[in-house]
Design a protein around this ligand. Sequence first.
Ligand SMILES: [Zn+2]
Length: 79
Amino acid sequence: MDRKYNFPIKKCPRCGGTMFTVRQRISGNGEYYVDMATGEIESTELHSGLTYRNTGKYAVCTDCGKRLFKIDDSLNVIE
Ligand SMILES: [Zn+2]
């Protein structure tokens, strides 16, 4: 999947940082499997029952914490 994001700015106007942070809420239960003979752990299913939900509606500069722009759950810019 080759998706192009179109963010209104390429870096933070305050500090020049190029990363933004989105706070995400993760909820659910995971399970993993252990082989009784070897103790080997099989954890490929550990994250499959989790739901990821963005709770922050702002893209926030990772370096200085400035609110940069609003986004929705799919990183689409709002406004
Ligand atoms: Zn910044």
